[in-house]
Design a protein. Structure first.
Length: 328
């Protein structure tokens, strides 16, 4: 991981609309207002949430992580007015503990995860994330990572492809699609998205296309998650983030599909449970809940926000506060 100062050159493209910004600031405010508070934005993107937190809390120090060098550069331009309070680090967020150790931090006061593909990655056609435009089948959040979507399509067995599509895309035609991909790649390897989209149109039954949305949506999601190991990363990162929060610290996580949201729900619920045996009448010392949930279930964006920012349509927000068991 490489720390970057936030005064790097390049053209700032301040076109990012942060999802659920006001609610995120409200939930994190008690933690961000503490003297010498430190927040980790685990998914910095183009820095919209981070900019708002820094502007609202003049004493706040921010650690921003992203695996995408372009995102770090653009966020650095955006956050330049707060440069003395910002550390930007090129890292995947499951490197959480290593990043904090490198910065000499034993604990933090707040953590923010805005999961999934970023606005920057969706808007850059040649990154291959969007099925609406023909582009190389890349889908790497970090362009330096070794495996692309084309590699997955051209090298995985039919069974492996079906597993990816079924598990990460919740695609009910996973087996049929995987067989078609293996058959087609024998004629010519897959390189661009348009050919894959056409295969999906030809393979997914017409009745499902009429009722289930774009036939490429689930396959593209599955490939993206596989290429970037998103669920594996999240499974490692959440415990590290929760462990690093000081008592009174808060975490907000925004998810965009059910697989992520279920992982977040389980992780927070587990920490919010008492570990005292249920047949004991009193709480055992050190066995009480570590966290309390700040949201009832998952919160969603209202119609006004979705209209202004369509990417908020699928968001699910969960938050929690550390109430015990933290570092002292």
């Amino acid at each position: 991981m490489a720390e970057q100062r936030c005064d790097q050159g390049g053209s700032a493209r301040d076109r990012h609309v942060p999802v659920l910004l006001e609610r995120t600031l409200e939930l994190l405010e008690p933690a961000l207002s503490r003297d010498g508070a430190v927040v980790v934005d685990a998914t910095l993107g183009m820095g919209g949430h981070s900019e708002a937190m820094l502007a609202a809390h003049p004493g706040l120090t921010l650690v921003g992580l992203d695996r995408d060098p372009d995102a770090l550069r653009l966020a650095g331009e955006r956050l330049a007015p707060h440069a003395s309070r910002v550390h930007l680090v090129h890292a995947v967020y499951d490197q959480w503990s290593e990043v904090l150790a490198d910065l000499g931090l034993s604990e933090v006061d707040a953590a923010l995860f805005d999961l999934g593909v970023s606005s920057l990655q969706l808007d850059e056609a040649d990154r291959g994330f969007a099925y609406a435009q023909d582009a190389p089948l890349d889908m790497r959040m970090d362009p330096g990572a070794p495996r692309t979507a084309a590699d997955v399509l051209n090298t995985y067995s039919a069974n492996e492809l079906a597993r990816v599509l079924r598990t990460y895309g919740e695609e009910k035609f996973a087996g049929k699609i995987a067989a078609a991909i293996v058959r087609e790649r024998q004629e010519e390897p897959f390189t661009n998205s348009a050919r894959l989209v056409q295969l999906l149109y030809d393979t997914v039954p017409a009745a499902s296309r009429r009722t289930g949305g774009h036939p490429a949506k689930r396959t593209f999601q599955a490939l993206r998650i596989e290429v970037n190991a998103e669920l594996d990363v999240l499974e490692r990162a959440l415990p590290a983030a929760l462990d690093s929060l000081a008592v009174g610290g808060r975490v907000v996580v925004m998810s965009y599909h059910s697989l992520e949201d279920r992982m977040v729900k389980r992780a927070l619920a587990e920490r919010a449970k008492s570990r005292t045996p249920v047949d004991l009448p009193v709480e055992l010392p050190g066995h009480g809940p570590e966290f309390r949930l700040l949201t009832r279930g998952a919160e969603v964006a209202d119609e006004r926000e979705v209209e202004a920012n369509p990417r908020a349509a699928s968001v699910r927000l969960r938050a929690a506060e550390r109430i015990g068991g933290g570092q002292t």
